[in-house]
Write a protein that binds this ligand. Structure first.
Ligand SMILES: [Zn+2]
Ligand SMILES: [Zn+2]
Length: 127
């Protein structure tokens, strides 16, 4: 293949289009010889403002979002009633998540069985 260089820079021209033109795409664009690429989506003539939910009236309550929607990975264990007692296994304080692996990893989805058992004893005692 015959070596063809861009007439504006030392760039080798490899594509048949560039070789036929005699200059590269970059130089052609830089010099306005090649039109810039057409955007895939033509820009709108008027800017569009995003529609947002209007503010609530002060006396109206917002509809609460599902916890899953706000937090994709909620600490399910916090919703368990047995979270309110101390865990006999890992000695997590009431309201705290159980921990595994020597206290390095919180158990977000459940608690130790002994804690559930402790809670059951606790509720039976109260009733
Ligand atoms: Zn060039
Ligand atoms: Zn525990």
């Amino acid at each position: 293949m015959k070596v063809v260089r861009c007439k504006y820079c030392p760039q080798l021209l490899l594509t048949p289009e560039s070789r036929a033109r005699g200059y590269g795409l970059v130089c052609g664009r830089k010099r306005g010889l090649i039109p810039p690429p057409t955007p895939r989506h033509t820009r709108l003539a008027t800017p569009v403002t995003a529609v947002t939910t209007p503010d609530l009236h002060p006396d109206q309550l917002a509809i609460p979002l599902e916890p899953e929607m706000r937090n994709p990975e909620p600490d399910k264990a916090r919703a368990l009633p047995q979270i309110n007692v101390e865990c006999p296994t890992c000695s997590a304080a009431p309201g705290d998540l159980c921990t595994s692996h020597g206290g390095t990893r919180p158990r977000r989805h459940d608690v130790h069985q002994a804690r559930t058992a402790a809670w059951n004893r606790h509720t039976t005692k109260e009733n």
